[in-house]
Design a protein around this ligand. Structure first.
Ligand code: PLP
Length: 391
């Protein structure tokens, strides 16, 4: 089966920390491997969560309250003016905020500077986006950042530097002087800074300074952080990115598209479609008609539009190779996604011969959740009317 994996996924290694943690769980060992707190979350936080669940605060929504709170704390703690609507994207933990940030800003061949040692997920995210991680050593025993080494690592291909302070795994808190040098280099080389500040409130005898507060940095810094460590709720998966408007909205879009993809895949599966392949990008799901469906994709869609009032695209128009078993040739019968509704409706019943190329429907999910839900309800009724069983 390994040969079926994508080249990209073959480059990824399992997280050693998580593997150790699973081993620790199996052996009933005391787990000092994974950085999750084993003390309770603050009771105010738990009470608020319980009250929200009791009030059926369960559906998709823009989390304005959290954005407002974050904007206030940015002002209070760091003197930063952040617009709660334009500059903040709420994500599934810092991990997703970081991954979405990388996907938003890193192109194939872009170099991203990392300080070594580094938290394990950065490298994989950058590599998956086609970027090149470039390491600059923090030198033991005090994990000193050598200014010359840092400066030498910047090239015209450097897109961003990742700064994690307070730092995992060393516990180093970067000093104002070190941050000044990083900021100066970012401005000089016109680079972005992506910060991971999940430990911002866990400092002992040093002050945490956010890089974004240094001159010229607010407009080129993406702060990623989360509730995980500060509130001992690593399982809640609440994180955020604070970024210049265009980047924040791109991060939000990627996050929302993933949510929408999951939403429509669940809806389609629940009403009898088969989604064997979960989309990895773009805004479409290519869903297989229920096995009990005796009609072709073209017939299904043309009736769907007329009877149920939902438009989708029959899959056959996207296939080009002609298989031996195929009785229908969509290119000749003048049906396909790019022809008019009338021509779609005029498809002959020769389409009924089942071939996998006549079994897919393409749905676009770049729509509001309300629209997706309304469409799913109509599809559900239509499938029931056609007598398509839930599989
Ligand atoms: C430096 C650092 N960043 C991010 C994370 C993960 O944060 P989250 O739970 O918000 O995804 C961890 C978890 O150990 C971490 O050590």
């Amino acid at each position: 089966m390994e040969r079926k994996l994508s080249k990209r996924s073959l480059t990824l290694k399992p997280s050693p920390i998580q593997e150790l943690s699973h081993l620790a769980q199996r052996c009933n060992a005391i787990n000092l491997a994974e950085g999750f707190p084993d003390f309770p979350a603050p009771s105010e936080l738990k009470d608020a969560a319980i009250a929200a669940i009791r009030a059926d605060f369960n559906q998709y929504r823009h989390v304005q309250g959290l954005c407002d709170y974050l904007a206030q704390t940015m002002k209070l703690n760091h003197g930063l003016d952040v617009d709660p609507v334009k500059n903040i994207a709420i994500c599934c933990g810092q991990s997703e905020a970081f991954a979405a940030t990388i996907l938003s800003v890193v192109d194939e061949g872009d170099e991203v500077l990392l300080l070594d040692p580094a938290y394990e997920t950065y490298d994989a995210c950058i590599t998956m986006a086609g970027g090149i991680p470039v390491y600059v050593a923090l030198n033991p025993p005090h994990w000193t950042l050598e200014i010359e080494e840092l400066m030498a690592a910047f090239t015209p291909r450097t897109k961003a530097i990742v700064l994690n302070s307070p730092h995992n795994p060393t516990g180093k808190v970067f000093s104002r002087n070190e941050l000044m040098v990083i900021a100066e280099m970012c401005c000089r080389m016109d680079c972005l800074a992506i910060t991971d500040e999940v430990y911002e409130h866990i400092t002992f005898d040093s002050e945490h300074i956010t890089l974004a507060s240094l001159p010229g940095m607010l407009e080129r810094t993406i702060i990623t952080s989360s509730m995980s460590k500060t509130y001992s709720v690593t399982g809640w998966r609440v994180g955020w990115a604070v970024a210049p408007f265009e980047i924040a909205s791109s991060i939000r879009n990627i996050h929302e598209y993933m949510e929408r993809r999951d939403y429509i895949v669940d809806l389609l599966n629940a009403i009898g479609f088969k989604v064997h392949f979960k989309p990895q990008g773009a805004v479409f799901v290519f869903a297989e008609l229920p096995q009990t469906c005796a009609i072709s994709d073209v017939e299904y869609v043309s009736e769907l539009i007329k009877v149920a009032g939902v438009a989708a695209v029959p899959g056959c128009g996207f296939f080009h190779a002609k298989g031996k078993s195929s009785k229908q040739d969509c290119s000749q019968s003048n049906v396909g996604p790019f022809h008019s509704l009338e021509s779609v409706g005029s498809c002959e019943t020769s389409c009924t011969t089942k071939d996998y190329r006549n079994s897919y429907i393409r749905f676009a999910y770049c729509k509001s959740k309300a629209t997706l839900l309304a469409a799913a309800e109509k599809l559900h009724k239509y499938n029931e009317k056609l007598g398509l069983h839930m599989m």
